[in-house]
Ligand binder design. Structure first.
Ligand SMILES: [Zn+2]
Length: 204
């Protein structure tokens, strides 16, 4: 599949590898990383080296032999996936700004922090016993159920996924603002977890 190049401004903003994974799987930014610790690339799982730029800014780099096979070198989808994962992870931990979902018709909903228990990457989802679709990021609730599937696209699908929790978003838009997920899918409904629970009506 041909993938468009990542714009230089997003390279400058997020780096080639926006974060590394610690030996316990924690998301670590280059500025928080310890040069004595090993880190793994979140995309290709290759070992990372912590380097310093000319301006003494730390950044992660692949080992020379591992560099070519990693999608973070060329795919705006791969970069947007990890930028969004970082932002959602921060939000789940009570740091950073909320992430909003904007439906195809325009309504916006903040993702409630307490509803998400886990984020899974690259889930193959089968609908209607037929096709499998790739969910780049799936948000799971405390029971391990997927409550939102996020598919990053360079271009909108010709045939949208007819599923109410399938959020299709443009990778360029995520790179420009990862706090707003604008749905390209007219078949997506407001997922139940985006609506605040209705108050129980008291009869007395
Ligand atoms: Zn990599």
């Amino acid at each position: 599949m041909v993938q468009t190049k990542i714009r230089p401004k997003y390279r400058r903003q997020y780096g080639v590898i926006p974060y590394g994974l610690s030996s316990t799987g924690k998301i670590i930014l280059p500025k928080e990383a310890n040069p004595q610790e090993p880190y793994q690339c979140p995309e290709c799982k290759g070992k990372l080296i912590l380097r310093l730029s000319k301006l003494k800014k730390p950044y992660f780099s692949h080992y020379p032999g591992e560099k070519r096979k990693c999608k973070l070198n060329y795919s705006s989808i791969a970069l947007a996936k990890h930028v969004l994962r970082f932002v959602l992870d921060q939000w789940m931990r009570g740091k950073g700004d909320p992430v909003e979902v904007q439906l195809f018709c325009g309504e916006r909903h903040e993702i409630p922090r307490d509803e998400i228990n886990e984020i899974k990457l690259n889930q193959r989802i089968r609908f209607h016993q037929k096709r499998r679709y790739l969910s780049h990021l799936s948000l799971l609730d405390r029971y391990g159920q997927s409550i939102l599937h996020i598919e990053l696209r360079e271009k909108s699908r010709v045939h949208h996924v007819k599923h109410p929790s399938w959020l299709e978003v443009a990778s360029e838009e995520i790179l420009s603002n990862p706090y707003l997920l604008s749905s390209l899918n007219p078949y997506m409904n407001t997922p139940y977890f985006l609506n605040p629970a209705p108050q129980q009506l008291s009869l007395f």
